[in-house]
Write a protein of this length. Structure first.
Length: 344
């Protein structure tokens, strides 16, 4: 018994090392070193271009100060991002792994139901490569729709908003802010995505009439990974890269998402998408940014004190949910259809 207890620290250290290695080195990781480096290069290139167009000299130190402003890394908000990232990765990651619905299970179950209802699917004769591309695009669209649906609900359903407040309490935006989430929200979001992806996978595979696999990088959808490398990290930064016109209706630019975090009531409940703006465009929640940088402030902006401590962010939502369940608390925000604007 004692020998097994003595093994626990070593096992925990091995698990932590493996988790951190996957986070930083896995090609499809949202915080992989290569993807962060590409985001850095894009940010430097964009800011240098802005300097040149303004007739200003491009100096390495000045550009680096713009990319890594001191107010980022010295802020309590940014340091909380890092602590919540590690907590979710190393502690709650073990719990969440066993609580997420497998989209493969949903896909297989739907395929079985369709076969029972309509009979075995007849092969369409579509070339395998075409089928693979169709499934890859369909799963990417399903991923984006699932994200939009859950994100929208997290802003208009009071109980979900209490969890989502953890993310919106960030007062500076850094790439680590993407991981500033309550573990219960991670659980709900990942299960929502599993259902959407499973239904889409099962339906498309049945319609194709043949086993089909999506294009992947490290078991992640190829299109999702590409957008992660090119744009996703810059969403949670201060670098104002706007997509306007047609592209502003198709893709969520960094400026789109900065507007989403704004405390300006005009921006509340806008730009809910992950990398696609089409669902916001279709459902009336799109706010296309201006070409020139807008002055924005981030955070809850509702008078609620944000201490930027792990304890507050983990237990404030639990306390608020307890109040809501007892019908003692008023809704945190109104529906997006109400006359008055809701909170961000």
């Amino acid at each position: 018994m004692l020998d097994r207890l003595l093994e626990i620290p070593g096992l925990m250290a091995a698990y932590c090392l493996k988790a951190l290695s996957a986070l930083l080195l896995a090609p499809a990781s949202e915080l992989s070193i290569p993807s962060l480096f590409i985001a850095f290069v894009i940010a430097v290139g964009w800011l240098s271009r802005r300097h040149l167009r303004a007739g200003l000299p491009v100096r390495a130190r000045a550009v680096l100060r713009l990319v890594f402003p001191r107010r980022w890394w010295l802020s309590r908000s940014a340091w909380l991002d890092a602590r919540l990232l590690l907590l979710n990765l190393l502690v709650f990651g073990v719990i969440l792994t066993g609580a997420i619905i497998s989209h493969r299970v949903v896909s297989g179950g739907l395929g079985h139901l369709l076969a029972e209802a309509f009979g075995p699917a007849s092969p369409t004769g579509i070339p395998p490569l075409v089928g693979t591309v169709l499934l890859t695009v369909a799963l990417f669209l399903a991923y984006e729709l699932a994200y939009w649906v859950y994100h929208y609900l997290s802003h208009v359903v009071p109980a979900l908003w209490e969890l989502h407040k953890v993310h919106h309490s960030a007062e500076v935006l850094t790439p680590l802010t993407n991981s500033r989430v309550h573990p219960l929200e991670s659980l709900l979001l990942l299960n929502t995505m599993a259902v959407f992806l499973g239904v889409t996978d099962g339906a498309v595979t049945y319609l194709l009439g043949q086993p089909t696999q999506q294009l992947t990088i490290a078991n992640a959808n190829l299109i999702v990974v590409v957008f992660t490398y090119l744009i996703a990290h810059l969403h949670h930064t201060h670098v104002w890269i706007p997509f306007t016109g047609f592209w502003g209706k198709v893709l969520i630019s960094p400026a789109h998402h900065q507007i989403h975090h704004s405390t300006n009531p005009v921006h509340f409940n806008k730009n809910m998408g992950s990398v696609l703006a089409i669902w916001d465009w279709l459902f009336g929640t799109l706010h296309i940014p201006a070409k020139n940088r807008e002055r924005l402030t981030f955070g809850l902006g509702d008078g609620e004190v944000t201490e930027h401590t792990v304890t507050q962010e983990l237990f404030r939502p639990v306390h608020a949910l307890a109040e809501l369940s007892g019908a003692t608390a008023s809704p945190a925000r109104r529906s997006a259809t109400d006359d008055a604007p809701a909170r961000p």
